[in-house]
Design a protein around this ligand. Structure first.
Ligand SMILES: Nc1ncnc2c1ncn2[C@@H]1O[C@H](COP(=O)(O)OP(=O)(O)OP(=O)(O)O)[C@@H](O)[C@H]1O
Length: 271
C-alpha cells in the first residue's frame, strides 16, 4: 500500500517560489492500476517523480508498505528504487546496447543474493568462491532476462538494437527492464503518448496482464483519458497542484458536476 500524506513540493527560484504540489493525500492499494490525470502543469509528473524520490518532497511523506521512503538516502535509496520500476514516454533505452543487455542493465548491479534461485540456501551462497558467484550471477541474469523476453513477447528480438525496433517494441523492452528486479510498483509517465492507438492498446493489454499475474501496483500519469478508462481501476484528478477528485474510475468519470473532470474528458470517453 502506498500512502501519500500532506505532500507538498515547492520549487524555489531566484526571486520566487512555485508551489507545484499542495498538501496531497492519496491511498494507492496493492495491485491497483491507478491513474493520475490533470491539465498540463497541474503537477502530475512532479507527483510521480516524488514517489521514487527523483524529486524530494518539501514536506509531507510517502509510505510504501509501512516504510516512509522520504527518509531514505544512499544504499537504502538504491534498494528502494529496485522496488519501483519506471517507464517513460520516450522509452529511455540504451541505444548502444542490445535488447537483452538493456533488460539486464538493472540486474547487473543487483546482488546475487537478491536473485532468490529456488532451492539454494543462504549457507550455500556463502560457501561459493568468487568465480562461482560471478558465473552463477551471469546465469541468473540470463535466466531472468529470458523470462522477461517471454513476458513482453520479444524473444526473437533479444540480440537486436533499439534502433531496429518499432515504438511499441521499444516500450516492451522498457517494461521488461523496469520489471527485471521484480518491483512491487511500476510508474508509467505518459508511457503510451508516443504510440498509435493500436500499439497503445497492445501495451495496455500487456500492462493489464502483468498486473493480473504479478499483482504489481501500477501508477499511470497520462493526458489520454481513454487509457485511464481502459485500464485504471482508480483515478485521481490534480488541478492547480491539488487533488480535487479521487475514487473508482467509473465514479470519478461519471461525476457530471465536476467541471474539471468534464473538461478533461472533453467527449473522448465512450459512454
Ligand atoms: N525542476 C523544476 N523547477 C521549477 N519548476 C518546475 C520544475 N519541474 C516542474 N516545474 C513546474 O511545476 C509545474 C508542474 O509541472 P509538472 O511537469 O509536474 O506538471 P504536469 O501536470 O506533469 O504537466 P504536463 O502534463 O504538461 O507534463 C509546472 O509549472 C512546471 O513548470
Amino acid at each position: 500500500m502506498i500512502k501519500i500524506r500532506d505532500l507538498t513540493k515547492i520549487f524555489k527560484m531566484k526571486n520566487d517560489e512555485l508551489v507545484v504540489l499542495n498538501n496531497i493525500n492519496l491511498d494507492i492499494e496493492d495491485g491497483d492500476i491507478f491513474g493520475i490525470i490533470g491539465m498540463s502543469g497541474a503537477g502530475k509528473s512532479t507527483l510521480i517523480r516524488c514517489i521514487n524520490l527523483l524529486e524530494r518532497p518539501t514536506s509531507g511523506y510517502i509510505e510504501i508498505d509501512g516504510v516512509d521512503i522520504t527518509t531514505k538516502r544512499g544504499n537504502e535509496l538504491l534498494k528502494l528504487r529496485k522496488n519501483i520500476g519506471m517507464i517513460f514516454q520516450n522509452f529511455n533505452l540504451l541505444m548502444q546496447k542490445s535488447v537483452k543487455k538493456n533488460i539486464a542493465f538493472g540486474l547487473e548491479i543487483t546482488k546475487l543474493r537478491e536473485f532468490k534461485i529456488e532451492g539454494m540456501a543462504e549457507e550455500e551462497w556463502r560457501r561459493l568462491n568468487y568465480f562461482k558467484k560471478k558465473q552463477l550471477k551471469k546465469e541468473a541474469i540470463e535466466k531472468r532476462v529470458n523470462e522477461l523476453l517471454k513476458v513482453v513477447d520479444l524473444e526473437e528480438k533479444a540480440d537486436v538494437y533499439p534502433s531496429q525496433l518499432s515504438g511499441g517494441q521499444r516500450q516492451r523492452v522498457a517494461i521488461a527492464r523496469a520489471l527485471a528486479t521484480k518491483p512491487s510498483v511500476l510508474l508509467c509517465d505518459e508511457a503510451t503518448s508516443a504510440l498509435d492507438s493500436m500499439t497503445t492498446k497492445s501495451i495496455l493489454n500487456l500492462l493489464k496482464k502483468i498486473n493480473e499475474e504479478t499483482k504489481v501496483t501500477i501508477i499511470i500519469i497520462t493526458h489520454e483519458m481513454n487509457v485511464v478508462q481502459e485500464i485504471c481501476n482508480k483515478v485521481a484528478v490534480l488541478d492547480k497542484s491539488e487533488v480535487v477528485e479521487t475514487g473508482h474510475t467509473d465514479e470519478v468519470f461519471g461525476n457530471k458536476s465536476s467541471l474539471i473532470v468534464q473538461n478533461l474528458l472533453g467527449g473522448v470517453v465512450n459512454e
